[in-house]
Design a protein around this ligand. Structure first.
Ligand code: FAD
Length: 351
């Protein structure tokens, strides 16, 4: 227990400045959430009048340090070491801990991905400090308070809780992928890359990564650029076979409303919305989905939304850029045929 706590006085955190974003990558490719975090992180930093900082960890990932600058970082700490090639909790958390102790950021943000959650939890317990998981809104109180306001759904999504970390630093949060806007990539932005030595040797790490096997069955909605989502209007689980065909033809994934997940037509990992995934693909096709607010909050930031629904008054048409009023079982097969025809033509033209 710290002295400040015993005396019950306001601790002095003036040494802690800057907003640090931990960039997540796999095989040298950044997760989109990393740039979304830099977008919100920069807004917070501007309100606090401090630098936006980024930490890139991995092996042969210096190109990502440059990308982090293009997406809004002022200073990027680059820990590039063979030990950091694959994600493992121990070496990654040690790098973060060392850096945080040295540079003392007031806020640290991670993506609420499997990796981000694991890493943030490991760090928060070591420092120790407060961590808000799965935030969907982030703001700061202006100086002198400088408090991070991390909001997240709570109690089965029935309430939104805003959580403060008043007495410890840094203030840490994981943030849901797809919720925040990345800044446009600006290749003229200037920033500084600072090499940061990995404090861990391979022989100190107990865990070994033998192989990385991509699960063919696993849905990756957050990274998908096209999502074809189905709702109760499909009439039964067989409808998803047709949606899968359209999704495959477009190189995308299948999403779903909660109604059909609860009906057991498809697994929960496909669910989009408040209690499912928040997605922002280039194209979201909503088939037989009414557009309840709990669904819409999970997909309204998609670049282009196409709705197919037989009810012209369905609320989904309020968020759709393009709408087709009709029976999906006639429209979707026609779309599949057209997409295949055009894709086939494109392949011939390229050849
Ligand atoms: C706390 C809470 C959290 C929730 N979280 C989520 C969430 O994360 N995600 C989510 O999706 N929902 C969530 N919901 C549920 C949400 O409120 C809706 O009940 C749900 O989204 C409705 O799903 P739906 O659109 O598939 O079904 P419905 O509302 O029944 O809509 C079916 C639509 O299909 C159309 N249709 C019917 N037949 C056809 C046809 N042949 N061709 C074309 N269109 C047709 C109908 O006109 C209708 O618009 C949540 C609710 C609560 C209370």
């Amino acid at each position: 227990m710290t002295e400040e706590r015993k005396q019950n006085t306001e601790p002095d955190w003036s040494e802690y400045r800057g907003v640090l974003v931990v960039v997540e990558q796999r095989n040298g490719k950044a997760k989109p959430v990393s740039w979304q975090l830099l977008g919100i992180g920069r807004k917070l930093a501007q309100k606090l009048e401090v630098d936006t900082l980024a930490l890139v960890m991995g092996h042969n990932v210096d190109h990502l340090a440059q990308e982090a600058v293009y997406y809004g970082a002022d200073k990027v700490y680059l820990a590039d070491d063979p030990v950091l090639k694959d994600y493992r909790t121990y070496p990654y958390s040690r790098v973060c801990l060392e850096l945080i102790r040295q540079i003392k950021p007031e806020i640290v943000l991670f993506g609420a991905t499997y990796t981000g959650r694991d890493l943030a939890g490991a760090i928060a317990t070591h420092l120790p400090t407060g961590l808000t998981a799965d935030s969907t809104m982030l703001d700061v109180e202006p100086p002198p308070s400088r408090l991070l306001l991390a909001s997240r759904p709570a109690f089965s999504e029935k309430m939104v809780a805003t959580i403060l970390c008043k007495r410890y630093r840094p203030q840490m949060a994981t943030a849901r992928p797809g919720v925040f806007d990345a800044l446009p990539r600006d290749a003229s932005r200037q920033g500084e890359t600072i090499p940061f030595a990995c404090p861990v040797k391979e022989e100190d790490v107990a865990a070994r990564v033998i192989d990385f096997i991509q699960d063919e069955q696993r849905v990756n909605l957050e990274d998908a650029s096209v999502i074809v989502a189905g709702g109760r209007g499909l009439g039964g689980p067989e409808g998803f076979k047709v949606l899968k065909e359209l999704a495959d033809a477009l190189g995308g994934e299948v999403g779903a409303s909660r109604a059909v997940v609860e009906a057991g037509w498809i697994s929960h990992d496909h669910q989009v919305g408040q209690t499912g995934h928040t997605v922002r693909p280039k194209l979201y096709i909503a088939v037989g989905i009414s557009g309840a607010v709990q669904h819409v909050v999970g997909m309204q930031n998609s670049d282009v939304i196409v709705a197919i629904n037989k009810d012209p008054d369905a609320p989904i048409f309020k968020v759709a850029h393009y709408g087709v009023v009709g029976d999906w079982s006639e429209i979707v097969p026609a779309m599949i045929e057209e997409v295949k025809k055009r894709r086939g033509l494109a392949m011939v033209e390229q050849a």
